[in-house]
Design a protein around this ligand. Structure first.
Ligand SMILES: NC(=O)c1ccc[n+]([C@@H]2O[C@H](COP(=O)([O-])OP(=O)(O)OC[C@H]3O[C@@H](n4cnc5c(N)ncnc54)[C@H](O)[C@@H]3O)[C@@H](O)[C@H]2O)c1
Length: 320
């Protein structure tokens, strides 16, 4: 099987490459990444000379090059991780989000169509559903109601993926996962930022009152779910992925401070993000029942390992 992984020098895509090459001896991975500020090639440096791995620096919007890559490597499956991913940046300027997340996905869909791809997997997000109150969960049939330019661009891409499935019959799946954490995450995101600031005893900026809730999942559990969806997910289906690990931003900050034995005085409240979604929580019953998936990494163990990774990989940060 030949798998095109886009955005494989970023956080989740790089873990997925480790997962696939670690598990399947006869799969070839082609990693296409534009190498934006959020990427770090050292995430996949281990595979530089691997016989079943190829890295190509490219923008997914480059249709001719993407077509050439898919043909030359006889690609069977496309897994599209490539995206602009930081909500704050999208609030500041959404242009690149529309280009990469919407037009980039459309380009890849056209390439998939022209080359009779066996499966197109769109890595989407629970943020397309908008925000929840204090109760309830997002299911796959929750109406899309994105509330910021990042989630709107991801929701637009989801609509295109489903439309290409209905119109042209492209075999597709969409994954909508909750917030990931783990090694390799660029430190503009909450958990690595909190870990690194706590280690340096710098202030931990917490938006608003810190009560916004996210449902956290370890990136490795997410990768196992994507693997199952590629191989067993019925075409046209959407799968929510989450691990019922809801925590407020303040709880996360306090948890990390406690693990590192520092003072809670490091916490500092900053002006809330515009349109900040109150709560996300995933109902993952479908993937559990249909594909027998469940998360295996507890938050306590996952955070412990993640902290240790950032402590041991100071050189990785210099690369960012
Ligand atoms: N991080 C999360 O918590 C989370 C949760 C659910 C879904 N997702 C989705 O998972 C995917 C990966 O997220 P991540 O956190 O690993 O992101 P990331 O920002 O760490 O990595 C994105 C990667 O995409 C690459 N890229 C950006 N634009 C590109 C382009 N035009 N062409 C080629 N490559 C390009 C970047 O260089 C980077 O390596 C995204 O689609 C995101 O929406 C993320």
């Amino acid at each position: 099987m030949n798998v095109l992984i886009t955005g494989g020098a970023g956080f989740i895509g790089s873990h997925f490459i480790h997962h696939i090459l670690g598990k399947y001896e006869n799969y070839h991975v082609v990693n296409v990444d534009r190498l934006t500020y959020a990427s770090n090639l050292s995430n996949v440096a281990k595979f530089e000379h691997h016989p079943h791995y190829t890295f190509i620096k490219s923008n997914i919007e480059n249709k001719d090059l993407m077509n050439h890559i898919v043909k030359s490597y006889n690609i069977d499956i496309i897994v599209n991780f490539a995206a602009e991913t930081h909500v704050d940046r999208s609030i500041h300027d959404s242009s690149i989000f529309v280009k990469t997340n919407v037009l980039g996905t459309q380009t890849l869909l056209n390439v998939a169509l022209e080359n009779n791809i066996r499966k197109f997997i769109q890595i989407s997000t629970d943020e397309v559903y908008g925000a929840l109150g204090d109760h309830g969960y997002f299911t796959e049939t929750t109406p899309l109601s994105p509330k910021n330019p990042y989630s709107a661009s991801k929701a637009s891409a989801d609509h295109l993926v489903l439309a290409y499935h209905s119109t042209y019959g492209i075999p597709v799946n969409i994954t909508r996962c909750s917030n990931n954490y783990g090694p390799h995450q660029f430190p503009e995101k909450l958990i690595p930022k909190l870990i690194l600031n706590t280690l340096k005893e710098k202030k931990l900026p917490i938006y608003g009152d810190g009560k916004n809730v996210r449902d956290w999942i370890h990136v490795s559990d997410h990768c196992v779910a994507i693997d199952l969806i590629i191989h067993q997910g019925k075409s046209g289906e959407i799968f929510n992925i989450g691990s019922h690990n809801e925590r407020s931003n303040l709880e996360i900050a306090e948890f990390i401070i406690e693990k590192l034995g520092k003072s809670k005085d490091l916490i500092t409240y900053v002006q809330d993000r515009l349109g900040h979604d109150h709560r996300y929580a995933i109902d993952a019953a479908k993937i559990t029942e249909d594909l027998n998936w469940k998360p295996h990494i507890t938050f306590e163990k996952g955070i412990e390992d993640t902290i240790q990774w950032y402590v041991k990989n100071k050189d990785w940060l210099k690369g960012n």
